[in-house]
Design a protein around this ligand. Structure first.
Ligand SMILES: [Zn+2]
Length: 419
């Protein structure tokens, strides 16, 4: 497996929901009805076919040629062609996976188990397929970009988002997963081997590139980070003029570490006072930024009085360093305030990566695998006791999925033939 996509010609496969297998086999005998059914399905999604450049797509579609899927017991697969630009689309019925002999039901169960945190090896045991087949299945879906799939669901490109890197390991080497989250949806999950601004810029730049292709006027207004230097640098490089905020909850959790040689009761009290300070600063509209500056100065005086001059000086330096990022959060009501949703996404991905240690080898297709996992994160509905039971992240964020079946959605949304 390679890290890069290896498409030699354009993938114009489309997955079409024929509802029942019997319907599909009936339509095979009637070319006109077959094409009409395919077109009706595409219209119902509100999608368009990816014709060749310069073709308006106004021409007719005809059945072009067919072949047999021998490993699927000889299912006939038809291709349809645009009479104007001659682009050829392979029509996969909903019960057939691209390039795979695996039945969608088996793939659905195995992916759901993987998403739930079961190891690839054990998923393979309960689903009767090899761990490698499952790994490749995730990678295959991961060849399609998150941005493409999410915008197909009608989600607008995020103008405000959270960005942070998950630390992980590939065997003994440290690796980092640059991540972009907006609400319940992952927009980017990258893979780099060093924590430098250059490496992060390259990874986040992949998101920026695809997003700008989708929408040339795309501008990011605000990004919340934990304040790590390489992250903020890469954001400034990729999104000039962006408002860069630092997570407030992260700040509250960091404060105790700045306070040395005091009792834990004093440390706890100061943490809780700092929490109240940031909370109140958020409550005040209008003068929020001014109010915060004044309150931070008072707080440093208070630390000096209760915990000594050394602690006071350390907290002052830390405030100097970070306050611009906190101001940025308070100055724009649309800015996200804490990175909790990003941490949740990271924890969910972490469980799966931990479970697939055996596949974490240096020459694996990490990027494709991670993107595949991210698709599952966005499209698998929450379990029935969850807050958003039955809905997937995309729907919670206001997006629209093609059908009620998440796996069919994954097949349709990652079809290369749609535009
Ligand atoms: Zn055409």
């Amino acid at each position: 497996m390679r890290n890069t996509a290896r498409q030699t010609r354009e993938n114009r496969t489309i997955t079409v929901d024929f509802q029942h297998e019997a319907t599909y086999f009936q339509l095979l005998g009637d070319g006109k009805a077959f094409v009409e059914c395919v077109i009706a399905f595409i219209l119902s999604l509100g999608f368009q076919l990816k014709h060749k450049a310069m073709c308006t797509g106004g021409g007719c579609m005809t059945r072009h040629s067919h072949y047999l899927r021998v490993r699927l017991g000889g299912v006939t697969i038809w291709r349809i062609q645009c009479t104007t630009c001659k682009a050829v689309f392979t029509v996969l019925p909903h019960f057939v996976l691209r390039y795979r002999s695996m039945r969608p039901e088996a793939a659905r169960d195995a992916l759901l188990a993987t998403h739930g945190g079961l190891s690839l090896e054990l998923c393979a045991v309960i689903c009767h397929l090899s761990p490698m087949a499952l790994y490749r299945l995730v990678c295959a879906f991961g060849q399609h970009s998150l941005v493409t799939v999410l915008t197909r669901c009608g989600l607008p490109l995020p103008t405000y988002f959270l960005a942070d890197e998950k630390h992980s390991r590939c065997l003994t080497e440290k690796v980092y997963l640059p991540t972009i989250v907006c609400g319940r949806v992952l927009w980017h999950l990258g893979y780099v081997e060093e924590a430098s601004a250059v490496a992060f810029t390259q990874s986040y730049g992949e998101f920026q590139r695809v997003a700008s292709q989708q929408e040339p006027s795309y501008r990011v207004k605000g990004v919340l980070t934990d304040g790590f230097d390489s992250t903020t640098k890469s954001m400034r490089t990729l999104f000039p003029g962006v408002r860069l905020g630092y997570c407030l909850r992260h700040a509250i959790n960091k404060l105790p570490g700045k306070l040395a040689a005091i009792t834990s009761a004093v440390r706890k009290a100061l943490r809780s006072q700092f929490h109240t300070l940031l909370y109140r600063a958020r409550q005040r509209r209008g003068l929020r930024v001014f109010a915060l500056g004044q309150r931070l100065r008072h707080f440093v005086d208070h630390v000096t009085a209760t915990a000594g001059a050394a602690n006071g000086a350390r907290v002052r330096r830390w405030f100097q360093d970070k306050k611009a990022g906190w101001y940025a959060v308070l100055a724009d009501p649309q800015m996200p305030v804490t990175s909790t949703l990003l941490d949740q996404a990271h924890n969910a991905i972490e469980r799966k990566l931990f479970m697939m240690k055996g596949f974490h080898h240096p020459h694996g297709s990490q990027q494709a695998f991670l993107t595949g996992l991210a698709h599952l994160y966005n499209l698998v509905p929450y379990q029935r006791r969850a807050q958003h039971a039955g809905h997937c992240g995309v729907e919670v964020e206001g997006g629209k999925v093609p059908t009620r079946d998440w796996f069919l959605n994954l097949q349709i949304l990652t079809s290369g033939g749609f535009r």
